[in-house]
Design a protein around this ligand. Structure first.
Ligand SMILES: C[S@@+](CC[C@H](N)C(=O)[O-])C[C@H]1O[C@@H](n2cnc3c(N)ncnc32)[C@H](O)[C@@H]1O
Length: 292
């Protein structure tokens, strides 16, 4: 099968199963238990919703009637999200009714109203009713935005007593068998995450640490545990994605000729190991749940 490794929609679909396996069960249990006594409609905002991963994952797990607002900055992903959720409904035999900016997902006596918002989380207070919101969730998101963006968001959530669940927060990638150059290559990869972008400098691999610091300053109750991807020998598609993303990232850095040679050698070795099915990749993340 030919895969377009540059298509974010295909990528998000591929990582879904890995994320499901990696999500930390203990953090999830605390999150779901916290909302068990909540009797009215649960208002959930998904930041950086992509193709609707969090709705697919939590719709069945919540016992509540639900109102979701999915905030996603790329319109193509908002459209892909509608399609994916339509398929999700179809596959599970749920009722799906779609209007212009929203849809209803109904399973027996449970219903979710889903609002699709093509927008930026910086404008949270304009995109959702913060006074009504119960929780903001996000999956694989906070490495992509800056500390200042996160700070502004947490301020708004804390002022309105909105709970916070962030899963698959990235912090490290490791390769087996070890190679001497691993540390250097991964350091460059992390440097690329922190390149200047129009919104500032993304938190990148420091996101867990920076998020925990800030949430602690707000004196929130915090649960955090690891959510690791273990891409074993033969997990060739996901391993290929990781090498592809890293190679693209390193190509965008201004490295010297010598440094490029080191990278080339490293990628050649790693691709050969991938081909021979002797490569293992561990991607470390954590999950964080925070409440008043
Ligand atoms: C790695 S993807 C994860 C998507 C989805 N949560 C999932 O797990 O499949 C991150 C998403 O956040 C979106 N995004 C990044 N920065 C954003 C911002 N400032 N506002 C809204 N969406 C943003 C990206 O377009 C992308 O779809």
């Amino acid at each position: 099968m030919h895969l377009d490794y540059n298509d974010p929609i295909v990528w998000l679909n591929h990582r879904y199963e890995c994320d499901v396996k990696a999500r930390n069960a203990s953090v999830e249990e605390k999150f779901l238990s916290f909302f068990k006594p909540h009797e009215s409609v649960l208002h959930v905002t998904d930041a950086g919703a992509g193709t609707g991963t969090n709705v697919c994952y939590y719709f069945d797990k919540f016992k509540h009637q639900q109102e979701w607002t999915l905030i996603e900055q790329h319109d193509s992903l908002v459209q892909a999200c509608r399609q994916r959720l339509r398929k999700f409904a179809d596959k599970n035999g749920y009722y799906w009714d779609e209007q212009e900016d929203q849809a209803q997902l109904i399973a027996n006596d449970k219903r979710a109203l889903i609002r699709f918002v093509n927008g930026n989380v910086d404008n949270l207070e304009e995109l959702i009713n913060l006074e009504e919101a119960d929780v903001l969730v996000a999956n694989a998101f906070f490495d992509l935005i800056s500390f200042d963006q996160f700070d502004a968001m947490v301020e708004k959530l804390a002022q309105n007593n909105v709970a916070f669940l962030s899963t698959l927060n990235y912090y490290e990638t490791s390769f087996y068998p070890f190679m001497e150059e691993d540390h250097q290559v991964v350091r460059w990869y992390h440097m690329h995450m922190k390149r200047p972008q129009p919104f500032g400098i993304a938190m990148g691999a420091d996101c867990c640490e920076e998020m925990l610091d800030l949430l602690t300053q707000h004196r929130l109750m915090i649960e955090q545990e690891s959510s690791q991807w273990h891409l074993k020998r033969g997990s060739t598609t996901m391993q290929h994605y990781i090498l592809h993303f890293m190679e693209n990232a390193l190509n965008e850095l201004s490295l010297t000729k010598e440094e490029r040679k080191l990278c080339q050698h490293w990628f050649n070795q790693r691709k050969q190991q991938l081909h021979d099915r002797t490569l293992e990749v561990i991607v470390d993340h954590n999950d964080i749940f925070a409440t008043e």
